[in-house]
Design a protein around this ligand. Structure first.
Ligand SMILES: [Zn+2]
Length: 132
């Protein structure tokens, strides 16, 4: 089951670009089947103002984020061991193709406070790998 950190995020699913919601569902099914853990979506759509505020708090210059275009989703990772988290990331990237060189659909990266999270991102070329 997909859970969310902020319930208002549930209202943002219609702002997501295809196939991001499909990938979130895929991620959740994998997580439940393999580890019996529901995923927790911590951030989806961000308005420009919300993203500016995040940049200000981080102390970095404003940059365009995929979250502003319905192309990004963050998922909590602390509930998984390092091995579990890396396996989930690798399975997503094996089954979903970002479509642009050097980019992957699922990244496991550190936040400003040192905690890790999953960042999912899609482009206009993102697709499920053939035969899976
Ligand atoms: Zn993100």
């Amino acid at each position: 089951m997909i859970t969310t950190k902020n319930t208002e995020d549930l209202l943002e699913y219609d702002k997501l670009q295809y196939p991001l919601f499909d990938i979130i569902c895929y991620f959740d099914r994998l997580s439940v089947d393999l580890y019996n853990k529901n995923i927790c979506v911590t951030d989806l759509f961000r308005s420009e103002d919300e993203h500016r505020e995040i940049c200000r708090k981080k102390g970095v210059d404003f940059y365009l984020s995929v979250h502003m275009f319905g192309r990004g989703a963050d998922i909590r990772s602390w509930q998984y061991s390092k091995e579990e988290a890396e396996y989930l990331r690798d399975m997503i990237n094996l089954n979903w193709i970002h479509g642009y060189d050097g980019y992957q659909v699922c990244i496991l990266h550190k936040l400003g406070n040192g905690a890790y999270h999953f960042h999912l991102q899609v482009s206009d070329r993102t697709r499920k790998k053939e035969g899976n």
